[in-house]
Design a protein around this ligand. Structure first.
Ligand code: FES
Ligand SMILES: [Fe+2]
Length: 338
């Protein structure tokens, strides 16, 4: 059995990573080669030649076909072999698996499981990444630790107080109670933490211009296995949403596409989108660099934790407390997906 839920969409790449160069990337343990056809469509094939398993990504792109770099078999973008050197006949079984893709919101999503079940309607909504009402900064963090550690991390933001102090964390986060909810279809885990009259961390002070005290909301929604968004609202203390909108507040969506690479490594496609100062390059730059710092702090901590977990005997106990409600609900949902 695979270690990961199979019949789900996972983010495979940022749109601008896939072009006329062959890109090799392992997704849920499967080596995949990505490229774009001459007319711009993204393609994903198993990165393993049917002949002697040489990675196709080490071959070359010829029009819309890949020529294997070892003995020259050629494959078209459906994965079918179209040419075998030294003979006229191409064996009927000569084909590599092709994966369904959906390109949307600057992301290329891949369906890694049963290809007949790939339904584009199931791609999570990440429109903020590519919406004129929002500005977005984004990056990819290659994460040398297991997927589950990243889920635990994102589902318990109380760690911001300690791990991200002085950047995005403030004392109030860990001490403010939150509510956790699992939707009735078992497809989403949400948690909310609304803080009133609290400290404004540099992350928001330097980008919104708001100063302490602020009201700060974190409304997180995780759609297992692959999509996480923190709907942030920050506003000067006392500004309340009105029926005609939420003027005076700033809204930020912190977004993560979580994709297992192997059992011990993960792709973290992240973005910070905002609905204010849309054209202000300096705000974009500040959000990008501050969030890169935040992500690096998580990366450093989870890289350490991966070593700890990997060296433990099976069944080593951990202790869960109130702050773990979101993380435990997510773990339970992921168990069901498997
Ligand atoms: S391994 Fe690809 S052609 Fe031989
Ligand atoms: Fe973090």
């Amino acid at each position: 059995m695979s270690a990961f839920p199979q019949n789900y969409w996972y983010v495979a790449a940022w749109s601008n990573e896939v072009g006329r160069q062959l890109l090799s990337r392992t997704i849920c343990g499967e080596p995949v080669v990505f490229y774009r056809t001459n007319d711009g469509r993204p393609v994903a094939l198993a990165d393993r030649c049917v002949h002697r398993r040489y990675p196709l990504s080490l071959g070359k792109l010829d029009g819309d076909q890949i020529e294997c770099g070892y003995h020259g078999f050629v494959f078209d973008c459906s994965g079918a072999c179209t040419f075998v050197p030294g003979q006229d006949r191409v064996p009927r079984t000569a084909r590599v698996p092709r994966y369904q893709l959906v390109e949307r919101d600057k992301w290329i999503w891949i369906w890694i499981g049963d290809q007949s079940k790939a339904d584009p309607a199931l791609v999570p909504d990440a429109h903020w990444l590519d919406d004129p009402e929002w500005a977005s900064v984004e990056d990819l963090a290659y994460s040398p630790f297991r997927y589950g550690l990243l889920v635990d991390n994102l589902m318990d933001l109380s760690h911001e107080t300690y791990l991200h102090a002085g950047l995005i964390g403030t004392p109030e986060i860990a001490r403010t109670p939150f509510t956790t909810e699992v939707d009735h279809e078992g497809k989403r885990v949400s948690f909310s933490r609304h803080m009133a009259a609290v400290e404004c961390p540099p992350f928001y002070e330097r980008t919104t211009g708001f100063t302490t005290p602020i009201d700060r909301w974190q409304d997180v929604e995780f759609q297992p296995p692959a999509f996480w968004v923190n709907n942030v609202r920050v506003a000067p203390h006392g500004v309340v949403p009105t029926p005609d909108g939420d003027k005076g507040a700033a809204h930020v969506k912190i977004i993560h596409g979580l994709t297992p690479e192997t059992e011990n490594s993960t792709w973290d496609f992240w973005a910070v989108t905002r609905d204010f100062a849309l054209d202000d390059e300096s705000v974009s730059h500040t959000l990008l660099t501050l969030n890169q710092e935040v992500v690096q702090q998580d990366l450093d901590a989870l890289t350490v934790l991966e070593k700890v977990v990997a060296s433990e005997p099976p069944g080593t106990q951990e202790l869960s407390v109130a702050i773990d409600a979101g993380g435990l609900a997510a773990r339970e949902m992921l168990r069901k997906l498997l």
